[in-house]
Write a protein that binds this ligand. Structure first.
Ligand code: ZN
Ligand code: ZN
Length: 188
């Protein structure tokens, strides 16, 4: 019997990646499968399957360093702390009045508007609601432009503004600079 399509495989050792179960013949390739992961900034070990390249602390630090900073006294727009909206700094002060867990820094906000901005899809939906055999041009480009103009002026008249957290704007509350009240303690 002559089998020229068979090759002998002899395996002395196998390497298994415990993180996924894949098997390898060499240690090098096994190590490349799901290697340890380290923060590219501080080198701290991260979870091997972490999606980020920097650890959470370094990401927060970077965001803080890159953000614009303003003092609470100079900021009159809504602020966000812990994903909660405050109409202004005074409302935040009221909320945290007497609390011990006041954040030192909070996020500023950016103003946005809700508006309708898609005349084409409205016209398209209307056209699609009827099936024609000969596919006529139902609404002309001018007709679409007319609707767009109308929507633009409607948007201006019914502008609904809202505020979104601005991750790039940090409001320093300044509490940490307040003098700590002297503690009545023992002195020996
Ligand atoms: Zn693996
Ligand atoms: Zn780090």
């Amino acid at each position: 019997m002559n089998s020229n399509h068979i090759t002998e495989v002899s395996v002395e050792k196998l390497y298994k990646c415990e993180r996924c179960g894949n098997m390898f013949l060499t240690l090098e390739s096994a190590e490349k499968c799901h290697p340890d992961k380290h923060c590219e900034t501080c080198g701290k070990e991260m979870k091997y399957n972490d999606f980020w390249t920097k650890c959470e602390q370094c990401r927060i630090a970077l965001k803080y360093a890159e953000a614009k900073h303003v003092k609470a006294d100079d900021y009159n727009e809504p602020v966000f702390a812990n994903d909660r909206y405050y109409h202004d700094i005074d409302e935040l002060l009221e909320y945290y009045d007497g609390e011990w867990d006041k954040p030192d820094v909070v996020y500023g906000s950016v103003k946005r508007y809700i508006k309708i901005d898609d005349a084409e899809s409205i016209v398209f939906a209307a056209e699609e609601s009827v099936m024609f055999d000969d596919e006529p041009e139902v609404f002309s480009k001018d007709a679409v432009a007319e609707l767009k103009n109308f929507i633009d002026s409607w948007n201006l008249r019914h502008m609904y503004e809202y505020f979104e957290q601005d991750d790039k704007l940090i409001v320093d509350m300044g509490w940490h600079k307040e003098k700590q009240p002297k503690q009545k303690g023992y002195q020996r």
